[in-house]
Design a protein around this ligand. Structure first.
Ligand SMILES: Nc1ncnc2c1ncn2[C@@H]1O[C@H](COP(=O)(O)OP(=O)(O)OP(=O)(O)O)[C@@H](O)[C@H]1O
Ligand SMILES: [Mg+2]
Length: 369
């Protein structure tokens, strides 16, 4: 599957931009702040219906404008069969996404159909930030691989919101509705237990692929692993909910459940966050993403779009060379990369034989060179 063309209207720092893309490698070259990452983010929108960077959709509307549109034309094996995906948002309204002009009823129905993997300087946030970041990352990947997991997560989160609302009501004048809480818990418990089982099974599949990518990138120097931490492993969630009811009531939130799980990143059995060097952390994050790519590619029978943001700035020459070997031997399908320096990009890509198209990005405009 390839993205043949991309069109933006009032998206971030672009007014109106249109690009015809190469099915091979697309390089976006420009100065800092010119709009390179914004182009990758637009592609991320087409794939995952949201920004990889901005906290809210509204922030993606160009300052001073009142809507944005991102439109992409995809082709599958047969170039005659084009599919048009369009994401648009008008200030103060609901975001819409259409497939060949047909709106999806739910964003969730689009997730996983046009997979993309972004490797970016922000990836090390997965290591440095709290458990929520890691949960979101693995949940998003699992949701792309397994639609039922996505549905399960949506139901769990809806029940959890209702449960927390009941706990908050406790301090209000009407008191705390225990009957309702028990009814919610009865539905929540099996969902939490299923989420835990699926996360554990997923990690067992993901781990060896991740380890292999890390070993390749880092030349096998250090041992890395991931473990899954959940209160619900070997425990009965329904029982935990009852045991913690008093505390939840006092704190006005649910203190046990799948929403408290974490994924622990280890290097030589020590936490990556505190013990790995910056370069090791970067490699760790890239290996997470390469494993993601491999699983998505295997599941979907077509390769995800690969978005490489600023990789030349972040990796030493050996690691860049290993990543580009993967580009060159067609491990990846269509690739989009950004850099500030055209000569450096050309030099790094001198041995890549797949078709390359270069674009000059300058202050919210983009043109093929
Ligand atoms: N909603 C918006 N309206 C107008 N401009 C925006 C909006 N959102 C982001 N921008 C601007 O887009 C510009 C380009 O951002 P982008 O991250 O794409 O740059 P870049 O080319 O990747 O730069 P770098 O080389 O530093 O990574 C930034 O200066 C940012 O302020
Ligand atoms: Mg950038």
């Amino acid at each position: 599957m390839t993205l043949d063309s991309l069109q933006l209207l009032f998206f971030k720092n672009y007014d109106d931009a249109a690009l015809r893309l190469s099915p091979g490698l697309n390089c976006f070259i420009g100065d800092n702040g010119s709009g390179k990452t914004n182009l990758l983010d637009a592609i991320h929108y087409l794939s995952l219906t949201k920004s990889a960077i901005s906290a809210s959709d509204a922030l993606c509307i160009k300052q001073g404008a009142d809507f944005f549109v991102v439109k992409g034309t995809f082709t599958n094996d047969n170039p005659a069969n084009q599919e048009v995906i369009q994401v648009s948002l008008r200030q103060g309204q609901k975001k819409t996404i259409t497939h060949d002009k047909q709106p999806y009823e739910r964003m969730a129905d689009h997730i996983g159909r046009y997979p993309a993997v972004l490797i970016s300087p922000y990836d090390t946030d997965l290591i440095r930030q709290g458990s929520e970041e890691r949960r979101k990352y693995f949940d998003s990947l699992m949701a792309q691989l397994d639609h039922e997991f996505l549905e399960l997560l949506i139901s769990y989160n809806a029940l959890l919101r209702q449960r927390n609302a009941v706990l908050k009501q406790g301090v209000g004048s009407h008191g705390f509705d225990r009957e309702y809480l028990l009814a919610l818990d009865e539905q929540l418990a099996p969902l939490g237990q299923q989420i835990t089982a699926l996360r554990a099974a997923f990690l067992a599949e993901y781990l060896p692929i991740f380890q292999q990518h890390y070993q390749q990138l880092a030349d096998g120097r250090e041992q890395v692993t991931l473990t899954y931490k959940s209160q619900l492993v070997d425990a009965d969630f329904a029982q935990l909910l009852r045991l913690n009811e008093r505390r939840d009531f006092v704190l006005q939130r649910s203190t046990t459940g799948s929403h408290r799980d974490d994924f622990v990143f280890l290097m030589e059995e020590m936490p990556v966050k505190s013990h790995a060097s910056q370069g090791q952390q970067k490699s760790f994050a890239i290996a997470l993403k390469l494993a993601q790519f491999e699983l998505l590619a295997a599941k979907q029978q077509h390769k995800p779009l690969l978005l490489l943001d600023d990789i030349f700035d972040r990796l030493d020459d050996k690691r860049i060379a290993r990543l580009l070997e993967l580009v060159a031997d067609e491990t990846f399908g269509q690739v989009f990369l950004t850099d500030t320096n055209l000569e450096r990009t050309d030099q790094a890509l001198s041995r890549v034989t797949i078709p390359i198209r270069r674009f000059r990005v300058s202050n919210g405009t983009v043109a093929a060179v």
